[in-house]
Write a protein of this length. Structure first.
Length: 206
């Protein structure tokens, strides 16, 4: 084999390796659920109406610790905290001083949060690869149960790092969460996911 043919073979092999890496975001999602046991990030959330004309923006921080624990803290435009402690999911609205809670199993099931909390991917979801978009590799997860609250969730990765979640609910409303400063497998104290309703809060058990 000549030097020119060797060089050409290297270029072809490199291109194929790149294509394979980009063509398997479902594998990246499976690896993420299997290997990333904790993480933290900042997020921005954009909720769009089905026609795309009405949009609402919010932002905050996010942490998770497998199994079954996560914490979303919305700072803008209003304060809200969502915590899963492994047993229950708590939602605290600071402006209303109101707390609602549900059993973890009934609150999550085959939901987008279950993807991050460690749900059974292949049991609960039909997975497929999507074309790259906005500089990210995307995997799509559709719940096998057809009577849920959402149609699909698309998970965007930058390399192996979680970069975005795009959720389409059963009414066609789209919620896009983009993550920044994502830190995988960081030390997150278990106390981060403990929640005690504030004094005087209205507590609703569901």
């Amino acid at each position: 084999m000549t030097r020119r043919s060797i060089a050409a073979a290297i270029v072809v092999c490199s291109a194929l390796a790149s294509f394979v890496a980009e063509a398997a975001p479902v594998d990246t999602l499976r690896d993420f659920v299997r290997d990333v046991k904790s993480g933290s990030a900042q997020f921005t959330q954009t909720v769009s109406s089905p026609d795309g004309k009405k949009k609402k923006m919010s932002s905050g921080s996010f942490e998770f610790l497998r199994p079954n624990r996560f914490r979303f803290v919305y700072a803008k435009p209003f304060e809200q905290t969502i915590i899963a402690d492994g047993d229950k999911v708590w939602i605290y609205d600071a402006d209303l001083n109101q707390v609602s809670s549900r059993k973890f199993s009934s609150a999550l099931g085959a939901t987008p949060a279950a993807l991050l909390a460690g749900g059974s991917l292949d049991t609960d979801f039909d997975l497929s690869d999507l074309p790259p978009r906005d500089g990210l590799d995307w995997a799509e997860a559709k719940p096998k149960a057809k009577d849920g609250a959402f149609q699909s969730v698309r998970v965007g990765f930058r390399g192996k790092d979680l970069a975005a979640l795009e959720i389409i609910d059963s009414f066609g409303q789209k919620s896009l969460l983009t993550f920044s400063a994502f830190a995988p497998n960081v030390s997150v104290p278990a106390a981060t996911f403990h929640f005690t309703p504030p004094a005087g809060a209205d507590v609703i058990e569901q």
